[in-house]
Design a protein around this ligand. Structure first.
Ligand code: ADP
Length: 398
């Protein structure tokens, strides 16, 4: 407003109120009215813009008081604007985890963004005004002035639809796998009886093809079992049947199971492990972990390669590494390795076949035990998968 109606503030300032002539005053008022209209238009445009966002938006000041909420957020959360504006966000909008437990102040994305000055992303549940949990994926960015956060902008997406689809997909996978398991198991018993001569002796060629059919059926059952387990992981229902067991015995057993396959591929396997490594584990699922790692070490190595397994005990954990001399994994593919249905392209992946579920299940089982898994690998230079299991772990679960 320093140059309203072509008269500069300086020029206007030379006149006292009593001296301002009528036309000048009229022009001043009309310019002010124009400026107000422009301001209102600007505000209306930003409000329309915020409200046309297909995502929830909540802005807070540096203390966490809500200053702006768009209509999408209000609709999802079931609040009126006046119920949120000026309120302290952590207290007004209750956030809970997937089990319905309230998040502590310090773990709330908004609080973290304000205290660290970093953008925080998370998936949480907000309680709506009627108390129902609303699953949301939130991104909170601090508003920085210099190095000081002066507020935060939170954008969230309603994940209800995605979760419903996910649940429907899991139920389908689980139902289909259950339905497939019964006939495949029936087939297994008939083929086993045929193979062992229960219905009369077989010619060598008949024996060969029945054994092939039996192997294929085993593979089929394995895939069905993997799909059932993936559905359980996705539904958060994969449970451990814990017991005290000797991990060295588990490893020896799995290595033995692979002996003939490895021999056929001319591959060697060495197990280095101390005796009697007692741990609280689910023996059957731990077998699945090492079975998968050894099977991969063999599948993704050329004939004649060597596999080495080392078990190392430390004060608070046991580390088991499975090392191969195979095709390896490039750095940019490692991040995708443990996700569902991931099959990386390498020179052996098309010939050996697989579902891309093994490492996803392996990681899920290791994490259920409170452990971690990581891989060191380089293309064409082999891979080492290392599982770390804590020795003093959730004794209360036994
Ligand atoms: P699958 O073996 O059934 O494809 P996994 O989940 O066990 O599924 O493995 C996912 C992918 O990771 C494999 O397709 C393969 O490309 C890669 N991979 C796994 N283990 C190794 C390994 N030891 N060496 C090289 N690549 C591997």
């Amino acid at each position: 407003l320093s140059n309203i109606g072509g008269i500069s503030a300086k020029e206007g300032a030379t006149q006292t109120v009593g001296e301002i002539d009528e036309p000048y005053l009229q022009r001043l008022l009309s310019d002010l009215a124009q400026a107000k209209i422009k301001l209102d238009e600007g505000q209306a445009a930003s409000t329309a813009m915020l409200n046309s966002l297909g995502e929830g938006l909540i802005v807070t000041d540096e203390q966490g008081l809500i200053t702006t909420v768009n209509s999408y957020a209000l609709k999802c959360l079931g609040y009126e604007e006046h119920e949120l504006i000026g309120k302290w966000m952590p207290k007004t909008l209750v956030a809970v985890d997937q089990f319905g437990r309230p998040l502590s102040q310090l773990t709330r994305p908004g609080v973290k963004a304000l205290s660290t000055g970093q953008t925080v992303k998370d998936t949480i549940y907000y309680l709506t005004s009627s108390g129902n949990p609303l699953p949301v994926s939130v991104t909170v960015s601090p508003v920085m002035v210099g190095d000081k956060p002066t507020g935060a902008i939170e954008v969230f997406q309603d994940l209800t639809r995605e979760l419903e689809l996910d649940i429907a997909k899991n139920e389908f996978v689980s139902l289909a796998s259950h339905q497939l398991r019964t006939p495949a198991t029936g087939m297994k018993s008939i083929l086993s009886m045929l193979s062992s001569g229960d219905f009369g002796s077989l010619t060598p060629i008949q024996q060969k093809y029945i054994d092939k059919a039996l192997q294929t059926n085993e593979r089929q059952l394995q895939i069905i079992e993997d799909l059932l387990n993936v559905a359980l992981v996705d539904a958060g229902k994969l449970e451990l049947d814990l017991d005290v067991a000797d991990l060295s015995d588990v490893l020896k057993g799995v290595v033995n199971d692979h002996a003939s396959t490895l021999e056929n591929r001319n591959q060697s396997i060495k197990l280095y492990c101390p005796h009697d490594v007692r741990l609280i584990i689910d023996v059957q699922k731990s077998r699945m972990v090492f079975d998968n790692l050894i099977s991969n070490a063999s599948k993704y190595s050329p004939e004649g390669g060597a596999i080495q397994i080392n078990l190392r005990t430390a004060r608070e954990a046991v580390e088991i590494s499975v090392r191969d001399e195979g095709v390896g994994i490039s750095e940019d593919q490692i991040a995708r390795l443990f996700t569902k249905f991931t099959r990386l392209s390498n020179e052996l992946s098309s010939s050996v076949g697989g579902t891309g579920l093994g490492l996803f299940l392996t990681k899920s089982i290791v994490e259920l035990h409170g452990g971690t898994i990581h891989v060191d690998s380089k293309e064409n230079c082999g891979s080492t998968f290392t599982v770390r299991l804590p020795t003093r772990w959730r004794q209360d679960h036994v």
